[in-house]
Design a protein around this ligand. Structure first.
Ligand code: OGA
Ligand code: MN
Length: 209
């Protein structure tokens, strides 16, 4: 498995992107440690905690638009969408990073990504998300899934692993701070195992078409 550990520094950005893309090509799951710099991860985590304290997080749904349903037997995480309209400096720094990544991905892999959407995610103690695909049957615009974790000091006993189902094995990924996971939304079924500590992340999709 390819695991990369580069600090986020402008002249190392492409090395970091290469790490994520190369491991994706090799293993169907891209992994990059420290994809979010420590300061950016810390600021986004502060935002998420403030949103949670202010009761702005909403139960995540299943499906999209008119078909959206809430079923906490399937998933029990809470979310809040990032938006440039918030004029939050840390959200904007995050969007900047994504803009750079998408430009790089499109120019090196001809992926044709034209947009993205990201939300803050919080799994309270005991929360989970059962086995699923990220692409909707009715709307295939989600091309790639990207998850970035905001959990410092995560221990094995804390649970909350992302379990990805490959055809011949499953892969467990601990939600450790700064790590980014990247995979094709239509391709891999996955689940979030029950967490024993609050589990924080930024989750989103790169869109095409
Ligand atoms: C999702 C999801 C994985 C994770 O939100 O669709 O699968 O590790 N998240 O949080
Ligand atoms: Mn998912």
């Amino acid at each position: 498995m390819v695991l990369c550990q580069f600090p986020l520094h402008s002249n190392l950005l492409h090395t970091l992107f290469d790490c994520l893309i190369d491991s994706y090509i090799k293993n169907k799951v891209g992994l990059a440690e420290n994809f979010l710099s420590e300061p950016l991860a810390a600021h986004l985590k502060e935002n998420l905690i403030a949103l949670y304290s202010g009761r702005h997080l909403l139960p995540a749904g299943i499906g999209n638009d008119a078909l959206l349903v809430h079923d906490n037997l399937i998933r029990s995480d809470k979310i809040f969408w990032l938006d440039p309209k918030h004029n939050d400096p840390h959200e904007n720094a995050f969007f900047d990073l994504m803009d750079h990544f998408i430009r790089y991905l499109n120019s090196t892999c001809y992926t044709g990504i034209t947009g993205y959407e990201f939300h803050y995610t919080l799994y309270e103690k005991g929360a989970f998300y059962k086995k699923h695909f990220d692409q909707f049957r009715s709307n295939k615009s989600r091309a790639f899934s990207m998850i970035m974790y905001l959990n410092t000091g995560w221990q094995e006993a804390d649970g909350g692993e992302l379990c990805i189902y490959h055809s011949d094995h499953s892969q467990m990924i601990a939600p450790r701070n700064g790590k980014c996971v990247f995979f094709k939304s239509s391709e891999l079924e996955h689940e979030v195992l029950q967490t024993h500590q609050p589990r924080l992340s930024i989750t989103g999709w790169l869109k095409s078409g």
